[in-house]
Design a binder for this molecule. Structure first.
Ligand code: ATP
Ligand code: MG
Length: 311
């Protein structure tokens, strides 16, 4: 039968500042752990909306590892491909928010459990029949092992599994040039790309995001540009469709893009029209920013449908 959506990447817990404008180099209060990681956030959202999902990743044998794994399992994600490393600690992201809306991340990832991922974590037999394999630039930047695991996936999985790619470039991790080089083979194989603001421009070398998205679309890829509170724009062949956002009170923007991707892929698997997928995903992204914590606002299927009916 196969999964609808599988992803591979950093399973993390997030520890965030309680107050704005408390930089990470001074003492102040934190709150958490909140289950996190770009790929787990995406997958958790898809599972809550009804997709058949599975996670590939590595956690430590500790409370944070159980925090993230339990959350995914509670929401229906198959974690049988998640490995528990006996010595390495589960990945952590510390986050502080500034009043101008910017964020600063500090990762314990590369030398922690996520950095122990390897091609052996990819069980090709189990992945047969998967409809979408979702890859992010963050996964590519974790370490050599996780990048090699992704290359194994794009080399070995048959074309009936689509590759979707979210650049999710966090310059803190590796620097843009290195990420570009690492991601090039994934972008080539991808049939669906989910850039955020400035990423299409950065990755293609075009002078604008619009130019970069059109370039990918001309290569036959479906491109879905995430544009924060302004909604999203879909490039489908020669067609460009703007999908308006839903007004909400934003409490915590982290994870909106990942939640959006999970919802969009779920809708695609259900055979919804492209515009409908955009509306469904915009709603999920908007709902996700209403709560503190990257996964806490991810709607259930029922909540999302009620939200769509009332807007
Ligand atoms: P991140 O990488 O931090 O998860 P992103 O930059 O990839 O985020 P965004 O564009 O911020 O992704 O958000 C994804 C989608 O969620 C948007 O396209 C939009 O539909 C919805 N969204 C995000 N923020 C808001 C908001 N404040 N109000 C309404 N909708 C929002
Ligand atoms: Mg993003």
């Amino acid at each position: 039968m196969g999964y609808d959506i599988v992803t591979i990447g950093g399973m993390l817990c997030e520890i965030m500042r309680k107050e704005l404008d408390k930089p990470l180099d001074a003492a102040a209060d934190f709150t958490g752990p909140y289950p996190s990681g770009d790929t787990p956030i995406m997958l958790n959202a898809a599972a809550r909306l009804g997709a058949r999902t599975a996670m590939i990743g590595v956690v430590g044998n500790d409370g944070f590892g159980r925090c993230i794994t339990n959350r995914l399992e509670e929401n229906g994600v198959d974690c049988s491909m998640v490995r528990i490393h006996p010595d390495a600690a589960t990945g952590v992201a510390f986050v502080c928010y500034y009043s101008d809306g910017s964020r600063n991340f500090l990762y314990h990832v590369h030398h922690a459990a996520p950095g122990m991922m390897s091609p052996e974590d990819v069980d090709l037999e189990k992945l047969k029949g998967t409809r979408w394999m979702h890859i992010t630039g963050f996964t590519m930047s974790i370490g050599k092992g996780s990048a090699e695991a992704v290359y194994k996936i794009i080399r070995e999985l048959t074309p009936d599994t689509g590759i979707s790619f979210d650049p999710n470039i966090r310059a803190e991790a590796l620097g843009v040039e290195k990420i570009k080089e690492l991601c090039r083979p994934v972008i080539e194989r991808a049939s669906l790309i989910f850039p955020s603001r400035s990423e299409a421009k950065m990755l293609t070398g075009a002078s604008t995001d619009d130019g970069g998205c059109r370039l990918w679309a001309a290569q036959g890829k479906l491109v879905v540009l995430k544009n924060g509170e302004a909604g999203s724009r879909i490039y489908d062949g020669d067609r460009v469709v703007d999908v308006p956002s839903f007004p909400v009170d934003e409490i915590d923007p982290t994870g909106a893009g990942d939640t959006f991707c999970g919802a969009f892929l779920t809708a695609l698997c259900e055979g919804k029209k492209i515009e409908e997928c955009g509306r469904f995903a915009n709603a999920a992204g908007a709902m996700s920013v209403r709560k503190k914590g990257p996964m806490e606002g991810a709607p259930s299927r029922k909540e999302l449908e009620e939200f769509l009916r009332s807007h």
